[in-house]
Ligand binder design. Structure first.
Ligand SMILES: [Zn+2]
Length: 219
């Protein structure tokens, strides 16, 4: 596994990335795993860090190709706020066809234009460069696994079965400019969003999702 100082946040913090091979161009349709898109969901960052810890303990050869970004929104995480340092909800800033400038609450501000945020721009170029076969991002709210992708997506079933959380196709409200809308609906690239139970002991996140993440990453 290789560590990269991959990108810089709005406030110039390093966003770390880990990959299964040193040559990013040689990755074969990797899986991208992302924590911390929302900085006030520490369970998601903890799950990213726990995944990293586990990856460090296993033989790289037993793993499928992956890219792990444990915390993509470090400015927000350091302030325990949902939005990035410019007040933008990163999961409403993807340039999906249905991106909308409308929002109901400050914490859902989608930015002044689609893809306006530096953290999202970095991810967009990574997606373009590596053509991932699946993106999984880690959140916390009400426990569930949200799949934006084909029916019977193996990895979604595994993550739901192992956590005991319900597998749903839709979070229950519109999310224009979200990663799921952009990657699946526009690019046909499947996305899984794990939602752990919020405001509990956040190290439970690995207990809930760790087994599923191992099965998804192991060859
Ligand atoms: Zn979230």
């Amino acid at each position: 596994m290789y560590k990269w100082d991959w990108a810089k946040s709005t406030e110039n913090k390093v966003i770390e990335m880990y990959t299964s091979t040193k040559d990013i161009g040689s990755l074969q349709r990797p899986m991208i795993l992302i924590g911390g898109l929302h900085g006030d969901e520490p369970e998601g960052v903890y799950l990213g860090q726990s995944t990293l810890h586990w990856l460090n303990s296993v033989d790289n050869k037993t793993l499928k190709d992956f890219i792990l970004i444990p915390c993509i929104n470090p400015d927000a995480y350091s302030k325990n706020q949902r939005v990035n340092a410019r007040g933008v909800d990163l999961n409403r800033n993807f340039p999906s066809k249905n991106w909308s400038s409308e929002y109901t609450q400050e914490r859902y501000f989608p930015g002044n234009s689609p893809g306006s945020e530096i953290e999202i721009q970095a991810l967009l170029s990574l997606i373009q460069k590596t053509n991932p076969r699946l993106i999984i991002h880690f959140h916390s709210w009400k426990p569930c696994v949200v799949v934006s992708g084909p029916d019977n997506l193996f990895e979604a079933k595994i993550l739901a079965e192992n956590s005991g959380y319900e597998l749903v196709q839709d979070i229950g409200y519109p999310t224009p400019g979200s990663l799921g809308e952009y990657a699946w609906h526009d690019l046909q690239l499947p996305v899984i969003c794990t939602e752990d139970e919020e405001h509990r002991n956040y190290d439970l996140a690995w207990q809930h999702f760790g087994e599923g993440i191992k099965k998804v990453l192991l060859k």
